[in-house]
Design a protein around this ligand. Sequence first.
Ligand SMILES: *[C@@H]1O[C@H](CO)[C@@H](O)[C@H](O)[C@H]1NC(C)=O
Ligand SMILES: *[C@@H]1O[C@H](CO)[C@@H](O)[C@H](O)[C@H]1NC(C)=O
Ligand SMILES: *[C@@H]1O[C@H](CO)[C@@H](O)[C@H](O)[C@H]1NC(C)=O
Ligand SMILES: *[C@@H]1O[C@H](CO)[C@@H](O)[C@H](O)[C@H]1NC(C)=O
Ligand SMILES: *[C@@H]1O[C@H](CO)[C@@H](O)[C@H](O)[C@H]1NC(C)=O
Ligand SMILES: *[C@@H]1O[C@H](CO)[C@@H](O)[C@H](O)[C@H]1NC(C)=O
Ligand SMILES: *[C@@H]1O[C@H](CO)[C@@H](O)[C@H](O)[C@H]1NC(C)=O
Ligand SMILES: *[C@@H]1O[C@H](CO)[C@@H](O)[C@H](O)[C@H]1NC(C)=O
Ligand SMILES: *[C@@H]1O[C@H](CO)[C@@H](O)[C@H](O)[C@H]1NC(C)=O
Length: 681
Amino acid sequence: MSINVAVIILFTLFHLVDIQAAPSSSRPKNISFDVFDQKTDTSSLKFQGDSTIVSGALQITPDTISNPDLLINKFGRVFYSEPFKLWSSSDDNVHASFNSSFLINLHRQPNWNAGEGLAFLIAPDISIPAASFGQWLGLTNASTNGNQSNRIVAIEFDTEKQDDYDPDDNHIGLNINSVISNKTVSLGVHNITLSPQGSTNHSVWVQYNGSSKLMEVYMGKQGEPKPDKPLLSETINLKDYVNQQSYFGFAASTGNNTEIELHCVLKWSLEVDDLKEESDSISLKIGLGVGVPAGVILLVLFGVLYVKKRRRKGRSDEESNVFDKSLSWLPEMPKEFKYKEIKKATNNFHESMRLGEGGFGIVYKGILNIKDDNTATEIAVKQFSRDRIKGKDDFLAELTIIYRLRHKHLSLCEGWCYDKGKLLLLYDFMPNGSLDKHLYEASNHNTLNWERRYKILADVASALRYLHNEYDQKVVHRDLKASNILLDSDYNARLSDFGLARAIDDGRSSYAELGLAGVPGTRGYVAPECFHTGRATPESDVFGFGAVMLEVVCGRSPVTGIDHHQHLYSLVDWVWMLYREGKIQEAVDERLGNEYVVDEAERLLLLGLACSHPIASERPQAQAICQIIGGTMSAPHVPPFKPTFTWPLMDAPSSSTTQSTVNSAATLSSKGFSATNMGDE
Ligand SMILES: *[C@@H]1O[C@H](CO)[C@@H](O)[C@H](O)[C@H]1NC(C)=O
Ligand SMILES: *[C@@H]1O[C@H](CO)[C@@H](O)[C@H](O)[C@H]1NC(C)=O
Ligand SMILES: *[C@@H]1O[C@H](CO)[C@@H](O)[C@H](O)[C@H]1NC(C)=O
Ligand SMILES: *[C@@H]1O[C@H](CO)[C@@H](O)[C@H](O)[C@H]1NC(C)=O
Ligand SMILES: *[C@@H]1O[C@H](CO)[C@@H](O)[C@H](O)[C@H]1NC(C)=O
Ligand SMILES: *[C@@H]1O[C@H](CO)[C@@H](O)[C@H](O)[C@H]1NC(C)=O
Ligand SMILES: *[C@@H]1O[C@H](CO)[C@@H](O)[C@H](O)[C@H]1NC(C)=O
Ligand SMILES: *[C@@H]1O[C@H](CO)[C@@H](O)[C@H](O)[C@H]1NC(C)=O
Ligand SMILES: *[C@@H]1O[C@H](CO)[C@@H](O)[C@H](O)[C@H]1NC(C)=O
C-alpha cells in the first residue's frame, strides 16, 4: 500500500520538524487594549456570565444606569483568550514576571450604594462559577470559596463590607482561592475612593517579579503618574497556587437591590515574560497533520469496517482488539483514552455529570487531569449505549464523518475509547451548552442579545455550507435543531451530533436504510418531503436550518403552536401571516425590546421563510444562505402566501417543481395545523 507508506513518511517528517524546532528565548508577550471594540476584540477575549463590551469598554457586569433592576446579582468574567505560561517546564526556578496596567471605572448613581467589586484575576480556565454574584465577586461561590482546587489568585477592588471578613467598603486585597483576602489595604487613608459620587477613572498597575516573587499593586487617578510606593506589596509564590498555564482577566459582581455599581475596564495592557520551550512546535505539527489527504483516512476506516464485519460474531474483547489496532493506525486519530480515565473523569458516569441525551446516547461532562501541569480540562463524553444494536455502526459512522470534517463551527472530537463493547467519544466541552437552553430557560435568555443571535446563525450557516459544498463528498446533517447547536464560552456556535450524519455520494443512504422506526429527525424541523421519501437531503437540512432561524429570531419553538386570534399557527405560518400583513417585525422575540437591528431581523425572517418552502427545490442553498446572512446578497423574494406542499407521485421524487407557486390562503387562515404544516402536530 503505497499510500500507507506515504503516511509513514509524513509522520517521520513531523518528527524531524519537532526535533529541529526548539528555540529558546525570553521576550515578554505584550497585549494592549487602548479601547475595546465589540467587532474586533471578541475573538481575543473570552466573556463569561454577564460581561460584554459596550461603549468601548469591558463591562464585567452589565452597563446600564437607566434600569438598575438589570444590575442586581450579576457576575461576569473577561479573559484574554490565550493562557500564559508562568514558569518553565525544564527549570523550576525560572518564573515569568509580569506587568499589567488598566484603567477602571466603578460608576454608581447618586442614589445607589456602591457594591460589590471588581478583581484582576489569574485563573486555570476561562469558566466562571455559578451564582458568584454578591459577595463572591465573580471569583468563587458558596460551595467553592476557599477550595484549593480553584487555583485562582486575584487582586480585589472591593466596595462592599462583608462583616465577617472585610475591613471596610473601600479596599483592595490579595485573594487566594477565596474572597477572604490574605491581605487587605484600606484606600481611604490613601485618598482613594473606588466608587465615589461622580464618575472617576482609576489607573492600576499590578506587577509580579518572577525572581523575588513580589506582587505589587499601585493605584492613582487617571492621568496621574504611577506612584513611587505600592499600595499593596506581598511575597507570594504563584507556583504554589495557580496553574502553569493560566489565564489573565477580570471578574466582578453586583449585589442585591441596594449594592450595585458598574464595573468597567477602559484600557488594559499586560506584559508577561515569554518562556519559550521545546513544546512550542506542537502547533506546527498539528498544522501539517491536517493536511493528510482524507482518502488515506477513509481507506484505513474502510479497513476497520471490513475487519469489523468479518469479526461480527466474535466476542467483544476480540472486537476491542480490532478496534484498538485499526484505530491506532489513523494518522489523525486523536488521543485514545483508557476507560478507567473516563470513568474517573465523569465520576463513574454520575447523574450529576449528565449533560443531556443526544443522538444515540447519553452525554456526560468529564474533567480530565492532564498530568504535566495539572490543568483540568473539561470535556463532553458521548456514550453510545450498548443495548442498541445499532450502537457500533453509529460509532463507526460518526468516526468516519468526524475525522474527515474539520470546520471551526463543527464540534471537535478530542479522543475516543472502546472497551468491552462500550463506545465513547470525547468532545470539546461547550461551557454555554446548547442553543435551546438560552432561548427558553428564563435564567438564560438575556445572554442572547441580538448580535449573538445573528452570529450564531452565521456560524451554523457556514458549517452547513461546509458540509454541503466544501467537502469533496456531500454530507447531510439530518438532524439540525436548536439542541444540536452548542455554544462555547464566547457564544461561538458549533454544530454537533453527527450520529445521524452520513455521506451521501450515491443517494443510497436513507432513513429507511438506517433501519430506524419512523423518521429520526425532530418534528418541526423535518422537511415535509421526508415523510414521503424517508430520505434526508441537503434541502431537508436547509428546511431544518430555516426552522432554527425563525426560532432564534422569534424566540419561539417551531414545535409549539402559537395562538393568534383563536387560531393555532405553526411558527412558520405565523411568521408568514405577519409578513403578509406587513408587520413581520412583530415576529421578533419581544424579550429583545428594541435592542435589535431592524434590517437584519427582516433579512433573517425572510430567509427563514424561504428555507421553509414546502418544495425542496425552491429552498435556497447553503452557499446563498451564507451570502444573504453576510449581507452580500439581498434577502430572497418571498410570496405573500405559503405555497402548498403536494406530493404528486409516491415513486417520482423529482417531479415536484411545478407546484411551487400554488397558494393556500384558505388552508392557512381556516386551520392552524393543516396538511401543509407537516411535523407540527
Ligand atoms: C509593551 O507595550 C507597552 C505599552 O504599549 C510598551 O510600553 C512596551 O514597550 C511594550 N513592550 C514590548 C516588549 O513590546
Ligand atoms: C515590569 O515593569 C518594570 C518597571 O516598569 C520593568 O522593569 C520590568 O521589566 C517589567 N517586567 C515585565 C515582565 O514586563
Ligand atoms: C458553585 O459553582 C460551581 C461551578 O460552577 C457549581 O457547580 C456549584 O453548584 C456552585 N455552587 C453554588 C452554591 O451555587
Ligand atoms: C474542593 O473542590 C473539589 C473539586 O471540585 C471537591 O472534590 C472537593 O470536595 C472540594 N473540597 C471542599 C473542602 O469542599
Ligand atoms: C491565604 O489564605 C488561605 C485561606 O485563607 C490560606 O489557605 C493560605 O495559606 C493563605 N496564604 C498565604 C500566603 O497567606
Ligand atoms: C485628596 O483628593 C482630593 C480631591 O481629589 C484633594 O482635593 C485633596 O487634597 C486630597 N487629599 C490628600 C491628603 O491628598
Ligand atoms: C475615563 O476614561 C475614558 C477613556 O480614556 C474617557 O473616555 C472618559 O471620559 C473617562 N471618564 C472620566 C469620568 O474621566
Ligand atoms: C526582581 O527581583 C530580583 C531579585 O530580588 C531583582 O534582582 C530584580 O531587580 C527584580 N526585578 C525588577 C524588575 O524589579
Ligand atoms: C442583600 O444582601 C445582604 C448581604 O449580602 C443581605 O444581608 C440582605 O438581606 C439582602 N437584602 C435583600 C433584600 O435580599
